[in-house]
Design a protein. Sequence first.
Length: 351
Amino acid sequence: MVISYWLIGREIVHVLQAGEDRAEYGMHLINDLSNRLIERYGKGFSVPNLKLFRQFYQSFADRSVGIGYTACSELQQQSGSMESNGETEKATQCVANLQRGFHPNLGWSHYRILMRVDDPDTRSFYEIEAAENAWSVRQLARQINSLFYERLLMSKDKREMLMEAKESKECLRPVDIIKDPYVLEFLDIPESTKLSESDLESALISYLQDFLLELGAGFAFIGRQKRLTLDGDHFYPDLVFYHIKLKCYVIVDLKTGKLTHGDLGQMQMYVHYDDRKIRTSDDNPTVGILLCAEKNDAVVRYVLSEENQQIFASKYRFALPTIEELKKELERERLLIEEFVIADSKKSIRG
């Protein structure tokens, strides 16, 4: 898959764009290519994806189509920036080996994250370390976000930092790879909400979906775990409705743990994205509902942009369920599910 995407990106740059960074014919060229590829091969070749493939090739244009890759040791001497102990030649060879192709231990999700690193040397460092230490996608993203490379350059004990990074491995489960939407698109496999939900979360979302639809207040179901993509990152709001009477979208997100400021910020992003990308001129501002199902505590938050608070207070509150209604229903359903699980476990033991 990695090589295929790189080759598609190369064709876009060298054949369609004649080696230029941007095609002279404008965006219609990418749109036309996307339509033709989807018609011939199916999903996975949307315009955003083709742009990512192009960016992928541009970020790794020095690679070859082969998959040959010689294993490299710790990159504590990379580019002469690390401790000078006579290993510079070894580090140079390590980078040269990397340029032959793509390491089989790294998948498309890894390279999608690596593309965000602008500096080539820094990007090579993270790529080699991720491959050598079998970093998961999450671990790679965490190391980049925590500026591990920059901190390593400033550290007096670089070897110790590298050893700590090696020891803090995460267990990569098959499901972590399978639920990558690009994998699903490439293989033409339908996305399943079960891949990104726990059993408890899935059951609660199903009950909440039925509860809101049965209120009879005008909720129309749009989708569950609908994917939202921003700069290559994927987000999955749990439930999306359209309220016919209020003429607005309602986004519902459930958290099985304690509600955090990050959850609130994420919901605000959902609401703002929907207002700017989905909502039409005839629709009212989008409403977000955050639900927390932590044990012994049910918290509900309504999220709406600041300028629309008055609309919510005067109009929306009479059509949407109240905070107390949602808290009561969430707690009731959680207890029912837990009782069912306990009863089912007792039956299994007796059997």
